[in-house]
Design a binder for this molecule. Structure first.
Ligand SMILES: [Zn+2]
Ligand SMILES: [Zn+2]
Length: 187
């Protein structure tokens, strides 16, 4: 993997810069901070106060079609859902190189807790690695600590690590993606 393009909406640029550095470490790729986007209000469900993730993902797909990046990640500083689910932490197009992460529920403040930048960033990295994993063709994984494990709650996000298990690493390698050793589970 050579290039990851990072776009964002309503998220602090300083967190994006941090994430960009981490992702470049994880995949040995160049991460381009491509800019802030303005999502159309028609993608927003005012009754639920959430973005329709399918629409946002479609928007990201259009950005990707104009780009020569291997992966395009859009980080949205708000909450979103898909029909049938109360919320999603992110969504990706399997194997299509397109991923979206929603950060509203990654902030401790969302749960009435004190701000904790380190905790927020660790969650952000895990969810970005999870959705990028899908974007690169990975399914969910049963390994208890693998970043590709499905998370239905923030507790499950916190329980996993920002690392891929050996099974997921092999699948990524088959796609020509090499993961730095510190982001793999070796035990
Ligand atoms: Zn998933
Ligand atoms: Zn795994």
């Amino acid at each position: 993997m050579k290039i990851i393009e990072l776009y964002w909406y309503r998220e602090d640029r300083i967190h994006l810069a941090w994430l960009g550095e981490k992702l470049s470490e994880v995949y040995g790729a160049t991460v381009e901070l491509s800019g802030e986007v303005v999502l159309p209000r028609t993608f927003y469900d005012v009754v639920r106060g959430q973005w329709l993730s399918n629409q946002v993902l479609g928007y990201a797909l259009v950005l990707k079609s104009k780009s020569d990046a291997d992966v395009l990640l859009l980080v949205v500083g708000d909450d979103a859902y898909v029909p049938g689910l109360n919320f999603v932490f992110g969504q990706a197009l399997l194997g299509e190189g397109v991923a979206v992460v929603y950060t509203a529920r990654l902030y401790p403040e969302f749960y009435g807790l004190e701000s904790d930048t380190r905790l927020f960033r660790s969650r952000l990295l895990k969810e970005a690695m999870h959705e990028i994993g899908h974007a690169l063709g990975l399914d969910h994984c049963n390994h208890s600590r693998c970043v590709m494990r499905f998370s239905n709650s923030i507790y499950e996000v916190d329980a996993k690590e920002p690392r891929y298990c050996s099974r997921c690493v092999l699948k990524l390698e088959a796609q020509g993606v090499k993961v730095s050793e510190q982001y793999t589970i070796t035990t």
